[in-house]
Design a protein around this ligand. Structure first.
Ligand SMILES: Cc1cc2nc3c(=O)[nH]c(=O)nc-3n(C[C@H](O)[C@H](O)[C@H](O)COP(=O)(O)O)c2cc1C
Length: 353
């Protein structure tokens, strides 16, 4: 019998050949200026049998960069580099959307350069450190608070990122609203102490992410735009007094759009049933994630818990993950030490079964 994961699936305007989604993974292999290169092209091409690839978190503007060798979608060089990636995936019959990731207060001038802005909803630094190529581990820089006018400018930067992603040949875009980056900094009470329309209440805190999604949907059509969230996530010093309410407020704020999908991660706390929240507050197609194996994922789509399941870690060492599901071949294990290191080792050199 065919595995339920290997059946077609419709997410808005995106028709997937199977329900196996490659989750976004930062791998730090771009050129220093954020341009995707041939190595990245080969990596994504190798994984094109996924029903959908969500390409790694990518900065819309230099101020949004978090990591060295993290790609951008701001310049003509970025667009050209990504065009080679999307062409390669399409030639293999795959689909690929780009995850737009503005890191806000998560970052360092050792990575972005001294002259690049470091912004956040409020002037509150995140506690923690980031690895930098030039100076090793460094504390996150203290951010400056965006004015109301500047917040709208950042929304426009998300629109431009979507325009650039379209020019680069992507099938759609996804907003990264997890892991303590800018949209989640707005959403969560500890990092958002604003007194304007982008703060004060759960609805106010949800507004920035909702407006970014709307701007991206203006460009691609909502049926090609996804939203990723992880209510209760505490990564990167994220604290929210009302994580369920704030995430629900965001889902309500975009409910009228008919987005392609909600990419929902399991909540890290028993107090929140994120998948149930996705069903009641979002209603559209769900990609579910976090810790799934082949069997649990098959069960999840069979029982209707999600329309598709995304996998990150399995995709590191199994470029032919879909084929391995089909054949029952054993899954390979990945090497942690080469997740973020430059070069082909641990990136494009994992063999097919
Ligand atoms: C190396 C690595 C990089 C990641 N980078 C991103 C990212 O850029 N954007 C994102 O939303 N999640 C990122 N994640 C989280 C994954 O997309 C995924 O949610 C998580 O690994 C759980 O899924 P899994 O159990 O299938 O690995 C990353 C995870 C890993 C292991």
């Amino acid at each position: 019998m065919t595995n339920a994961l290997i059946t077609p699936c419709q997410l808005g305007d995106l028709t997937l050949k199977n329900r196996v989604v490659m989750a976004p993974m930062t791998r730090n292999r771009s050129e220093d200026d954020g341009s995707p290169n041939e190595l990245m092209r080969d990596y994504y091409r190798q994984r094109a049998s996924a029903g959908l690839i969500v390409a790694e978190g990518t900065w819309p503007v230099a101020a949004g960069q978090a990591y060295n060798r993290q790609p951008g979608i701001e310049t003509q060089a970025h667009i050209k580099g990504w065009r080679a990636v999307t062409d390669a995936v399409h030639q293999e019959g795959g689909k690929i959307v780009l995850q737009i990731m503005h890191a806000g207060r998560i970052g360092s001038h050792h990575i972005k350069g001294k002259d690049v802005a470091h912004v956040a909803p409020s002037a509150i630094a995140a506690r923690g450190e980031v690895y930098t190529d030039s100076a090793g581990m460094q504390p996150f820089d203290a951010p400056t608070a965006l004015s109301t006018e500047q917040v709208w400018q950042v929304v426009e930067e998300h629109r431009q990122a979507a325009i650039n992603a379209k020019e680069a040949g992507f099938d759609g875009v996804e907003l990264h609203c997890t892991s303590g980056y800018l949209p989640m900094q707005f959403l969560c009470s500890d990092s958002n102490q604003r007194t304007d329309e982008f703060g004060q209440s759960v609805e106010g805190r949800a507004k920035f992410a909702a407006e970014c999604v709307r701007a991206m949907a203006d460009v691609f059509g909502a049926g090609r735009v996804g939203l990723r969230m992880n209510p209760g996530n505490r990564f990167n010093d994220t604290k929210d007094a009302q994580p369920a309410q704030s995430h629900e407020a965001l889902l309500h704020a975009v409910a009228d759009l008919d987005l392609a999908y909600l990419h929902m991660m399991k909540a890290p706390t028993d107090k929140i049933d994120a998948f149930a929240m996705g069903k009641t507050a979002f209603k559209g197609p769900l990609i579910i994630n976090d810790g799934f194996g082949v069997e649990s994922a098959e069960q999840a789509v069979t029982t209707g818990l999600g329309d598709a399941v995304s996998f990150a870690r399995h995709y590191v060492a199994n470029p032919d993950f879909v084929e391995r599901i089909e054949s029952g071949a054993e899954l390979a294990k990945f090497d942690r030490n080469t997740l973020y290191t430059p070069g082909a080792a641990g990136y494009t050199d994992y063999p097919v079964a």
